[in-house]
Design a protein around this ligand. Structure first.
Ligand SMILES: NC(=O)c1ccc[n+]([C@@H]2O[C@H](COP(=O)([O-])OP(=O)(O)OC[C@H]3O[C@@H](n4cnc5c(N)ncnc54)[C@H](O)[C@@H]3O)[C@@H](O)[C@H]2O)c1
Length: 251
C-alpha cells in the first residue's frame, strides 16, 4: 500500500534538504518524480541520484512565487508523464527577525513563498487531478503553526505562514473530497537540513534539551511520512495535520 508505482509526483523545493529526500524516497516507492526548485542545475543532480537508484524523474525550474513557472511545471509534468497524482508542497523560506523590526516586505516575502506558493502549486495541480478524479496533496507546515503550547520567538511571520497552511489544508480537504483528492499537512519539529543549520548553536542545544528523543530529526524520517500520506496506505486520512517532532510537543 506504500507503493507509488505508476504514480506521478511533483515535489517543490526539491534541490536540497527535505525536498530532496522526499523526491528520492517517493521515487524509490515507484513514483515518477518531478524535481522542482529555483535552480535547474541542482534539481538535475537530484534527478541523477534518482536515476542511479533505478528511478524515473525530470528536473524543472520553478520559482513558486511565479504563477507562469508554476503553470509551466504542471504542463511539463503532464507532457512527460501524462498526469499528476501527488503534489508535495515543500518549498519554504525562514527568516529570523524580532517582531518589532519586521517590515511589510519581510511579511510579503515569507507569505509569497510559504503560503501563496502552496496555493499556486495546488491550484495548478488540482486542475489536472480533478480530470482523473484522484490525487493527494501533502503540505509541509511546521510545529511553529500555533495552538501547540510551544511558541517560537523572532519568526512570527514564518509561524503565521505555517498556521495558515494548516487552515488552508483543512478547507482544501473539504472542497476537494468530492473529487477524491486528499489534502493533508505535516508539521515537522527540528529536522537536520540547511534551513535548520543556519541557526545559533546555543538555540539548537536548548532545542535538543526539549526533545524527548534527544536528537534532531533526519529528513528521511519526514519523507517516510510524506510517502505514507501520498500513498493508498493513508486512504482514509484527509484534512489532517500530522506532527513529527521526536516528542517535542508532548513535553
Ligand atoms: N528544517 C526544519 O527544521 C523544518 C521544520 C519544520 C518545517 N520545515 C519546512 O520544511 C520545508 C523544507 O525545508 P528544509 O528544512 O528542507 O529547508 P531547505 O532550505 O533546505 O529547503 C527549502 C527549499 O525550498 C526552496 N525554495 C525557497 N524558495 C523557493 C521558491 N520561491 N520557489 C521554489 N523553491 C524555493 C529552496 O531553494 C530549498 O531547496 C519548508 O517548508 C520548511 O519551512 C523545516
Amino acid at each position: 500500500m506504500f507503493e507509488l508505482k505508476d504514480k506521478v509526483a511533483i515535489i517543490t523545493g526539491a534541490r536540497r534538504g527535505m525536498g530532496r529526500t522526499h523526491a528520492l524516497i517517493l521515487a524509490k516507492a515507484g513514483a515518477k518524480v518531478v524535481v522542482s526548485d529555483i535552480s535547474l542545475e541542482e534539481c538535475q543532480k537530484v534527478v541523477e541520484e534518482i536515476k542511479a537508484q533505478g528511478g524515473n524523474a525530470i528536473a524543472v525550474k520553478c520559482d513558486v512565487t511565479k504563477r507562469e513557472e508554476v503553470d509551466e511545471m504542471v504542463k511539463k509534468a503532464v507532457k512527460e508523464f501524462g498526469k499528476i497524482d501527488v503534489l508535495v508542497n515543500n518549498a519554504g523560506i525562514l527568516q529570523f527577525k524580532p517582531f518589532m523590526e519586521l517590515t511589510e516586505e519581510d511579511w510579503n516575502k515569507i507569505l509569497n513563498v510559504n503560503l501563496l506558493g502552496y496555493f499556486r502549486c495546488a491550484q495548478a495541480a488540482v486542475k489536472e487531478m480533478i480530470k482523473q478524479k484522484s490525487g493527494t496533496i501533502v503540505n509541509i507546515a511546521s510545529i511553529g503553526m500555533g495552538q501547540t503550547g510551544v511558541g517560537f520567538p523572532a519568526i512570527s511571520h514564518y509561524c503565521a505562514s505555517k498556521g495558515a497552511i494548516v487552515a488552508m489544508t483543512e478547507a482544501m480537504a473539504l472542497e476537494l473530497a468530492p473529487f477524491n483528492i486528499r489534502v493533508n499537512a505535516i508539521a515537522p519539529g527540528a529536522i537536520d537540513t540547511p534551513m535548520s543549520q543556519g541557526g545559533d548553536p546555543k538555540t539548537m542545544e536548548a532545542t535538543l534539551a526539549r526533545i524527548p528523543l534527544h536528537r534532531i530529526g533526519k529528513p528521511e524520517e519526514v519523507s517516510n511520512l510524506v510517502l505514507f500520506l501520498a500513498s493508498d496506505a493513508s486512504s482514509y486520512i484527509t484534512g489532517s495535520t500530522v506532527i513529527i517532532d521526536g516528542g517535542w510537543l508532548a513535553t
